[in-house]
Design a protein around this ligand. Structure first.
Ligand code: CTP
Length: 403
């Protein structure tokens, strides 16, 4: 049976000469048993008519945002929810830039922003435009968010140039989509709860205690877990990072808020990964009014916060829990100690000596568990997150089999 049977595929078409190939793609998708709804940009309609796509998909073609007639049928938010997968072929340089920036000034970009479905792009453009650093940076960002980039192919272009920029052939795109659904991802069906970022502990209405955590590692782990098929809930302290695609984010401020949110979510998750740099101490009292300066010294009494990782691990026995540790010395020994003390299944320790790890794009880790350990040399946090998630998945599988 076709892996696409019954799947709701939202086929986005943007304005490039390759748009004519999307007619064939629509036909192949419907033949493979998918239900196809086509959304065309204004540019796409200059190359191919909606009527052609309507006939091939046997569904009305959507073209405009806030069209009263279309909104009376399947509104744009409904359509975004309907989609199991969004495939945009061809995806022009302009559309790619729009998706990167998160613009929503037409129907297709709005649907992408409003949907949590996996998104695949089949880029098609002049080879110079494809190789431009702006496009490459956009593709990089989208890839890091979990967007699948299929192509472009190399070869002769409509403009006479030769190089990368041709849209992949419809049959190749169909194959990639089928492949995506034929091979269930390793974490399909697994629900992962991740804490990330710093916390803010209020001193008074305008001041707080915090730390240098950027949340980058936790966000990269959330994106890697989602790309491996997991359902991911990310409980995040205040950070300046975009929500990874396909991840549900719950924003919190203080350690106490993070504990409440984690407790609320923990029961319906199977893995907990605590990457957050939770404040260990919080002001014993938060002043209700701004503290005015007075003497030469100011003492603020602090009290310990609850250890979220240890508490939730103790309360929810079904959780496979992974903690992080930041050490300036004796990395392995401290990590092993933390493993036992917190009762968790794995500890990923990073060295923060000489300002390493915090607010940087790369990191190195020593990961320990009861029976072993593994070192990850310094690398980009996104790559590290992928490799770490593979190890977590292996250890989790081993743990569930031994239960
Ligand atoms: N953690 C937590 N709640 C806290 C404190 C820490 O969930 N109130 C989690 C962190 O998310 C991380 C791990 O526990 O996974 C870090 O443990 P911690 O004992 O705070 O270690 P370090 O911060 O590395 O440092 P130290 O041992 O020096 O306190």
């Amino acid at each position: 049976m076709s892996a696409l049977r019954g799947k709701h595929i939202l086929l986005g078409i943007s304005g490039g000469i390759a748009a004519y190939k999307s007619a064939e793609l629509t036909r192949l998708l419907t033949q493979a048993g998918a239900e196809v709804s086509v959304c065309m940009t204004a540019g796409a309609q200059a190359f191919i008519t909606p009527l052609t796509l309507q006939a091939l998909s046997t569904n009305p073609v959507q073209t405009t945002l806030l069209n009263p007639e279309a909104e009376a049928g399947m509104g744009h938010i409904e359509l975004a929810r309907w989609a199991d997968h969004i495939l945009i072929a061809p995806a022009t340089a302009d559309l790619i830039a729009k998706l990167t920036a998160g613009l929503a000034d037409d129907l297709l970009s709005t649907l992408c922003l409003a949907s949590t479905a996996p998104l695949s792009l089949a880029p098609a453009m002049n080879q110079q435009m494809w190789q431009h650093p702006a496009t490459q940076a956009n593709i990089n960002t989208l890839t890091q968010r979990g967007t699948l980039i299929w192509g472009p192919a190399q070869g002769a272009q409509a403009c006479g140039d030769v190089g990368p920029g041709r849209m992949q052939e419809p049959a190749a795109l169909l194959q990639q989509l089928q492949h995506y659904y034929q091979h269930p991802l390793p974490l399909s069906g697994t629900r992962i709860l991740i804490t990330a970022g710093p916390t803010r502990e209020a001193i008074d209405p305008v001041r707080f205690l915090t730390n240098r955590s950027s949340g980058k590692m936790g966000y990269a782990i959330a994106a890697a877990a989602a790309a491996m098929g997991a359902t991911v809930t990310l409980i995040s302290g205040p950070v300046a990072l975009a929500q990874p695609i396909g991840v549900t984010r719950i924003s919190v401020e203080s350690a106490a808020d993070m504990l409440v949110a984690t407790r609320e979510q923990a029961a319906n998750h199977t893995i907990l990964i605590a990457t957050a740099a939770v404040a260990d101490y919080t002001p014993a009292q938060t002043a209700t009014q701004k503290i005015k300066k007075s003497g030469e010294k100011l003492n603020i009494a602090l009290e310990r916060t609850v250890d979220i990782l240890a508490t939730i691990t103790r309360e929810q026995k079904q959780l496979f829990s992974v903690g992080f540790a930041a050490e300036t010395q004796n990395l392995l020994a401290y990590a092993k100690g933390k493993l036992a003390r917190k009762g968790v299944h794995m500890i990923a320790a990073n060295s923060v000596a000489d300002g390493k790890a915090f607010d940087r794009d790369s990191n190195a880790l020593e990961v320990v568990w009861q029976e072993g350990s593994q070192s990850f040399p310094e690398m980009d946090k996104h790559q590290l997150a992928k490799e770490l998630m593979q190890l977590i998945q292996q250890r989790y599988q081993h743990w569930t089999q031994s239960q």
